[in-house]
Design a protein around this ligand. Structure first.
Ligand SMILES: [Zn+2]
Length: 278
């Protein structure tokens, strides 16, 4: 765990260099600096009913989707606009499906709140029913690789395999193909961007990080309030924040407990909740 954290911090500078071509300040607010490159570990992979971790599906063809819009090249940090709204916010949930995914789905449906789930292939394979629920309820399903590696340590072929395997898994379970992609830890390089473009995947990082993964399964009031406070104080400074949260296999109840307050806060401040599908 620790080496990955340090690696994430070390590569944050590279992320910012690559992101320099993106219009940082314009939609995000004056002086905002995206905080990508510091996502925490995804935790242990979900287990199949037989106790094993899923093996990746065989890729028989390039599962890029012609139905996806041609994405912008390079990472995006700010939520798409929505007609008539000066401010939008995108809630995103990474590393699932997991033990708290069902709770998060119930909360989102209760509030009629759109959201985007960046799922891990081997966790989709272990919990296909949750993936089908995400799709049935109209949430946007994104690619977060097959097994959550640091892509910058992989060859082009390996990076493409990680992306293809997750896409193939989503397609086999839901019949849909992802159009959005988030690199694990927010770490990527020029190869990642090139592969994503070839696969018609829009690369999404984030601009608000409530660090919910640090709760590490705790549901204590300390973590719930910390997640709410970080989401609100960072998000309110931006016109179009993208908030990264987690629903990893082991579950993160603090995220689910914080979610209603976060949704109410942004709606109270006249943000329109949007997905990353544009
Ligand atoms: Zn992740």
């Amino acid at each position: 765990m620790q080496p990955l954290r340090y690696l994430g911090i070390a590569t944050a500078a590279a992320v910012i260099v690559f992101g320099a071509g993106v219009a940082f300040g314009a939609p995000g607010g004056a002086g905002s600096v995206p905080t990508a490159g510091r996502e925490g570990p995804a935790g242990a992979a979900a287990r199949m009913p037989d106790g094993r971790i899923a093996t990746p599906p065989a890729i028989k063809y390039l599962p890029a989707s012609a139905s996806c819009p041609v994405p912008a090249y390079g990472p995006q940090f700010y939520a798409p606009g929505y007609r008539g709204y000066a401010k939008t916010v995108a809630l995103t949930f990474d590393d699932g499906p997991g033990k708290t995914t069902g709770r998060i789905l119930r909360i989102l449906r209760h509030f009629r709140a759109p959201a985007t789930f960046f799922n891990i292939g081997q966790n989709m394979a272990a919990r296909p029913a949750l993936l089908r629920k995400e799709k049935r309820y109209g949430f946007v399903l994104g690619n977060h690789t097959w097994s959550h590696p640091d892509l910058t340590t992989l060859t082009r072929r390996q990076q493409a395999a990680q992306i293809d395997e997750a896409t193939a898994e989503q397609r086999s379970i839901t019949g849909t193909t992802p159009c959005v992609f988030r690199p694990p830890y927010g770490n990527y390089n020029a190869t990642t961007l090139s592969v994503a473009r070839d696969h018609r995947l829009a690369v999404w990082l984030w601009s608000v990080d409530p660090e919910d993964w640090k709760a590490d399964g705790s549901a204590s009031a300390y973590w719930v309030h910390r997640i709410i406070r970080l989401a609100e104080t960072e998000g309110i400074q931006l016109q179009h924040p993208v908030i990264i949260m987690h629903n990893q296999p082991a579950g993160n109840p603090a995220t689910a407990l914080a979610l209603p307050a976060i949704i109410r806060f942004f709606r109270h401040h006249h943000y329109r909740l949007v997905t990353l599908s544009g």
